[in-house]
Design a protein around this ligand. Structure first.
Ligand SMILES: Cc1cc2nc3c(=O)[nH]c(=O)nc-3n(C[C@H](O)[C@H](O)[C@H](O)COP(=O)(O)OP(=O)(O)OC[C@H]3O[C@@H](n4cnc5c(N)ncnc54)[C@H](O)[C@@H]3O)c2cc1C
Length: 413
């Protein structure tokens, strides 16, 4: 089969790109190994809610119009939203179609999907940034009786054996799972590394309102000093709950969750934690306050001070001076380790030399380097800091659609 463009993946990014191609009358097909929103159906735990507010769930040709703009959508709501969106924009999607190889072809690309071969001049990779768990090498040293689990396989606390749980990682996923597992009655220890502390609400507004209003989310990839670092920052320590509560380390400590430092090594079954927990927390507090100062300055400059509650600051993170540095994983106290240590994309099926030694695609704002006609979407800070989130696909797909349109026109000339 011959088509102008193939989009791989029918998550929000692939669907948004399809809408852009339709706008430009570029014939295309979206290939999806499962169903629309497959990762939200199969790789997210049921109680997960977006940490971005509903009003921010925007895509090309779609704005949230429900009755809870300040609420946080559960995973099932994301599935429903994306399924409706695909219908609304008439996405030409072929479900149950796994792309297992992509090769350079005489006219562009050869896309090997199931038993079919498609020829396309343009290919857009929209297969997601969170397809695989990022698990540190020390995982191999966890002694066998202790069960290990990743967030992609986690569904609910009932899945875990009885006993204590060590959650490794205190970003969005780690803090939510630590709170949920603790509520099930299991003692939880949370290993805390570098993290981004933010309050859920500040001066009467959601923190994402501030991140957008101050222009932080709009910062472009080619204007960020340390882009590699920006692309590898952990997710903000935030959860979306119906009550819009702040889930920070102080609130977890108040629940009875024990904090320890970053998990560094496991030697003879003994987990060793960094002694730098207080420093890591102080740094996160400092960076949070730096952003709140930026927010206050923006509010003043915008003449909004009279419309908003006054500026204030949050209590520093409390760290127990007696925080343990070791935990014997053979003692029976801990029966499960949950790796909330992040996610990574999977582009291992590309038969085109566009990945670096770490397996990451080399690209310039989504335009893949060294393979004209190949694009990638949905990666953190792809074109702006907003690219990390669903609504970022609106601007990203507009820019990449312009680029690929020019590419097609120049080839025609
Ligand atoms: C736990 C978690 C919480 C998040 N919370 C938020 C949030 O609150 N707000 C927010 O804005 N963002 C959030 N995100 C980030 C982001 O929105 C998601 O990662 C989003 O799913 C990425 O969308 P995508 O379309 O790029 O990829 P995905 O939604 O992962 O879609 C990729 C699609 O490609 C398909 N696919 C993959 N490989 C192939 C192949 N070889 N052939 C065919 N099909 C393939 C998959 O089946 C999948 O359907 C969260 C992510 C995670 C993991």
């Amino acid at each position: 089969m011959q088509t102008t463009a193939v989009v791989v993946g029918a998550g929000h990014a692939g669907l948004a790109m399809s809408r852009r191609l339709t706008e430009r009358s570029i014939d295309h097909v979206v290939l999806e190994r499962g169903e629309v929103a497959h990762s939200w159906r199969t790789q997210r735990w049921p109680t997960l809610r977006l940490l971005t507010p509903n009003w921010q769930t925007r895509l090309p040709g779609y704005d949230y119009t429900g009755d809870d703009p300040d609420g946080f959508m559960p995973a099932a709501g994301v599935v429903a939203t994306l399924t409706d969106y695909a219908r609304l924009v008439g996405t030409p999607v072929r479900t149950g179609t796994t792309v297992h190889a992509l090769r350079a072809g005489p006219q562009g690309f050869e896309v090997h999907a199931n038993d079919d071969l498609l020829h396309a001049r343009i290919v857009v990779l929209a297969t997601g940034a969170c397809t695989r768990p990022a698990i540190p090498a020390i995982a191999d040293a966890i002694p066998p009786p202790v069960a290990t689990l990743t967030p992609l396989a986690y569904r609910d606390p009932g899945q875990l054996p009885a006993g204590g749980v060590l959650v490794v990682g205190a970003s969005a996923t780690g803090v939510q799972l630590a709170a949920e597992i603790h509520q099930s009655g299991r003692p939880v220890t949370l290993a805390v590394g570098e993290h981004i502390r933010l309050p859920r609400r500040y001066r009467g507004r959601d923190i994402f309102w501030w991140l957008e209003a101050t222009g932080l989310l709009a910062e472009r990839y080619d204007q960020i000093d340390d882009l590699t670092r920006a692309r590898h920052l952990p997710s903000p320590q935030l959860t979306g709950t119906p009550e819009a509560v702040t889930t920070d380390l102080n609130s977890l400590t108040a629940l009875g969750i024990r904090l320890v430092g970053r998990l560094g090594r496991v030697v003879d079954g003994v987990a060793q934690f960094s002694g730098g927990l207080a420093n890591v927390c102080a740094l996160a507090d400092l960076k949070m306050n730096r952003f709140l100062t930026r927010a206050d300055q923006w509010a003043t400059a915008s003449g909004l001070d009279d419309d908003l509650p006054p500026p204030h600051r949050f209590a520093p993170t409390r760290v127990d001076p007696g925080t343990p540095l070791e935990l014997d994983l053979t003692s029976g106290e801990i029966t499960t380790v949950v790796w909330a240590t992040g996610f990574r994309p999977d582009h291992s099926w590309l038969d085109i030399p566009v990945r670096d030694h770490g397996g990451r695609i080399r690209h310039d704002g989504g335009v893949v380097t060294g393979a004209p006609g190949l694009y990638v979407l949905g990666l953190p800070v792809l074109r702006t800091r907003a690219s990390t989130y669903i609504h970022g696909a609106t601007a990203d797909t507009a820019a990449l659609a312009d680029h690929l349109h020019s590419h097609l026109s120049s080839r025609r000339r």
